[in-house]
Ligand binder design. Sequence first.
Ligand SMILES: Nc1ncnc2c1ncn2[C@@H]1O[C@H](COP(=O)(O)OP(=O)(O)OP(=O)(O)O)[C@@H](O)[C@H]1O
Ligand SMILES: [Mg+2]
Length: 271
Amino acid sequence: MLHIDLLTKTFGHHTAVDRATIRVDRPMMIGVIGRSGAGKSTLLRMLNRLEDSTSGAIRFEGRDVTRLAGADKRAWQADCAMIFQQFNLVPRMDVVSNVLHGTLNRRSTLASLFSLYPTADIHRAIDILDRLGIAEHAPKRAEALSGGQQQRVAIARALMQDPKIILADEPIASLDPMNAQVVMEALRRIHEEDGRMVIANLHTLDTARRYCDRVIGMRDGRIVFDGTPAQLTTGMAREIYGADARFSEEATSTEIEAIDRVTTRQMPITA
Ligand SMILES: Nc1ncnc2c1ncn2[C@@H]1O[C@H](COP(=O)(O)OP(=O)(O)OP(=O)(O)O)[C@@H](O)[C@H]1O
Ligand SMILES: [Mg+2]
């Protein structure tokens, strides 16, 4: 269903994503891992056309989405809803209106301008919030909710678009462990119950292992691992992160970067 072929993105002389090739033939929950700067966000942003690719193709159900423009591009962006680390809600707006924002790209400009939402949409928004366990917060301002609740509002807004794919860029990086678990379980349930594909950039390896069917490891823009959590050995994880023996599964990509920097400095230079 999703075939990514030799997808490349360069910024000036720097190649952020280097000939990435990924084939997904059924809806899966996929975790993308790799240290800071590996190209994870750029890959996701090209997928939903927030960023144009330099070369390569993205085919979804046979169509090359890198070539879509105008209304077709907007329809694709609705098909692959994006969730961000910082939730991207309108803080002072109430929760249910934030969720209804997920329908904006299929409503007329005039109706959007006056925030005129069909009753059916409002009911659907409440149902989705209920499913995510936060319906009681519907009338509150988004900023009054905890981080984990706000991220579930962002997921609800994504679901309003009835997407085929949910792309999540470090959805739990700003959350405490308890809220992180609630959000990952919500994404997993959406995948299992609705059969939607979920592709999430994750900053710890253990999260990818626990929730995903498939893990993609990126290093310096290239895909260096693509397999099941069981196939992802500690040795392979070290290869992805380029980390030394102190590497741990719970370490975040940023921590690994810091460990590596210190180690490199301490290492004697040998010819
Ligand atoms: N708009 C841009 N202009 C120039 N360089 C960019 C741009 N966006 C990303 N890059 C570069 O591309 C590379 C990949 O960045 P990207 O944000 O995709 O990494 P990442 O794996 O998501 O990292 P992180 O874990 O820190 O979020 C980095 O070297 C980054 O500096
Ligand atoms: Mg990123």
